[in-house]
Design a protein. Structure first.
Length: 177
C-alpha cells in the first residue's frame, strides 16, 4: 500500500499526525498529505478505481505554467557586431529594437540581458611577444580638434599611436597632415 494511502487510512482510524508519522514512511510531516487530501476532497475510503498514480496526480498537481510576459529576444550577436562600429551605442541599438518591437525589453533590461550574453563570450586572445620584436602602429580613427595654446587656433589632427608588444610602452603624437 502506498504511503499516501497509509496516511489517509490511519487518519480515518482516528490516529493523530504524531502517531501516523512513525507508522508510515513519512515520519517528517504526514499532515502535509492530509492537508492536500482535504483540499482535493479525498478521504478514506478512496474512490473505487483510484490507483496510486491517479491519487498522486490529484494531490500533487503540476505547477501552473508561468504566465509572465515573454519578450522577443534580440539577436545579441548582431548587437555585439554593431557596437564595434564607430558612433554606435547600446542606447541607439535599444532605440532601434524598440522601434521594431514596441512591447520589448526596457532599456535597463536590454542592457542587463546584453551583459549576460557577453559574459558567456571568451574574449581572451593570448599572444607572446619577445621584447623589441613587435610594434603595433595605427592612427586613432576619428580626427580630434587640437587648440594651439599660443595662438588659440583650432586645427583638426589625427592621433598616431605606437605600442611595443612585449612591454605595452605607448607613444602618441598628433599628426597635422
Amino acid at each position: 500500500m502506498s504511503t499516501i494511502k497509509d496516511v489517509l487510512r490511519l487518519d480515518a482510524a482516528g490516529r493523530s499526525a504524531r502517531q501516523i508519522g512513525p507508522a508510515s514512511a513519512l515520519a517528517a510531516a504526514p499532515w502535509r498529505n492530509l492537508r492536500r487530501a482535504e483540499v482535493a476532497g479525498q478521504s478514506w475510503p478512496l474512490l473505487e478505481g483510484l490507483d496510486e498514480a491517479a491519487l498522486e496526480r490529484l494531490l500533487f498537481p503540476p505547477p501552473p505554467a508561468a504566465k509572465g510576459r515573454q519578450f522577443a529576444e534580440p539577436d545579441w550577436a548582431a548587437v555585439h557586431r554593431e557596437l564595434k562600429r564607430p558612433g554606435v551605442t547600446l542606447a541607439l541599438l535599444w532605440d532601434e529594437y524598440r522601434g521594431r518591437r514596441p512591447d520589448g525589453y526596457g532599456y535597463s533590461a536590454f542592457c542587463e540581458h546584453y551583459r549576460r550574453w557577453t559574459g558567456r563570450l571568451s574574449p581572451v586572445m593570448r599572444q607572446r611577444h619577445v621584447a623589441g620584436e613587435r610594434m603595433f602602429v595605427d592612427y586613432s580613427g576619428t580626427k580630434m580638434i587640437v587648440t594651439d595654446p599660443t595662438t588659440g587656433a583650432a586645427r583638426p589632427a589625427e592621433i598616431f599611436i605606437a605600442v611595443m608588444g612585449a612591454s605595452n610602452m605607448t607613444y602618441a603624437e598628433a599628426s597635422w597632415t
